[in-house]
Design a protein around this ligand. Sequence first.
Ligand code: APR
Ligand code: PHB
Length: 389
Amino acid sequence: MRSQVVIVGGGPSGLLLGQLLHLKGIDTVVLERKTRDYVLRRIRAGILETGLVNMMREAGVAGRMEKECYVHHGTCISYENELFDINFRELIGQNVVVYGQTELTHDLYDARDATGGRTIFEVEGVEIHDADSDAPYVTFTADGRNQRIDCDFVAGCDGFHGVSRQTIPDSVRKEYEKVFPFGWLGILSETPPVHDELIYANSSRGFALCSMRNENLSRYYVQCALTDKIEAWSDEAFWDELKRRIPESVADRLVTGPSIEKSIAPLRSFVSEPMRWGRLFLCGDAAHIVPPTGAKGLNTAASDVHYLNDALVRYYQDKDSHGIETYSEKALSRVWKAERFSWATTNLLHRFPDQTDFDLKMQRAEIQSLHYHETAQTWFAQNYVGLPY
Ligand code: APR
Ligand code: PHB
């Protein structure tokens, strides 16, 4: 089998790249470890930067999103009983779109079906060979058969636990990591959102987040210990704790209900450099992870895809390798800005076990600076809606 670009990973990164390349007549094969249903059962954040919204439109897969999404002109931050809004539209004339990542992935799979693009599910033992040569190839097992695809390029879109990043030799790769000393306990409930925008809450008991998927599907999180187990958190215990962490006026109108999904996720910052080795390019979670506080995971994967799509199209259409040569440097420049915003908002809004009284005073002073100073709010707004590609 042969393809111009083999895409390892059928998540948002791989599918969006495949769709954009297809529109330019570039052939791809997507190799996905799981089943399509498994991929589509993942519950992930759905705050889309303008850049990603525009890419979905460019890819011709924005139809359902345009009908069902919510446009948010700002977001709210609370600390104890104080609640304030950071109005993106007033500050910088921009907004974000709320549209579940699950829905976005579904739309991308539907689009791939329509193009007839080859997607091989339940692949095992993917190995990337000769990435540092002009003739890379990928081997794997599927349908009980050992298979090989010869290609021009490999896009490693296989997430944090994939094989692509490990294909880059240790002598070439440098990894940066910060593991946060807490997790997020999240629930999904078929209840109306408590507010018309998201609320990021800093409280003496820890962080909380009030988010949503649609007018009757809400997503809530509370900061929890890394040792916490889901079984120890009844729905009632979750709702009681959430109410303690948000302003009373908000807690009073919170509509609770049974959780239809409950999970605990760790928080880490992670970057692997470089994002290119020969003819292998890393995209998305394969190269970097952010704590979810800044809603940058999917959006930073999108900017990687933007740069790589541009680079490959320039190569095939203009025989111009400049984009390929500069992909890693360009992608990492924006990745580190997203890492910084995610790290800063995580430090601003969470309680850390080793925080001193002085640290807490600094945290409160920074939140109040965000509350009362337009320059601080503008910095937050520019980063939250997404820095330019
Ligand atoms: N072979 C084939 N597929 C693989 C392999 C492998 N060895 N390892 C992982 N995969 C698949 C996973 O099953 C998953 O479907 O690669 C896909 C990677 O998708 P994501 O982890 O979603 O990563 P990405 O596409 O970069 O999307 C980034 O999605 O996961 C969220 O928080 C993340 O919002 C971010 C965004
Ligand atoms: C979510 O809705 O799951 C969500 C929203 C914003 C975040 C993180 C998660 O920063």
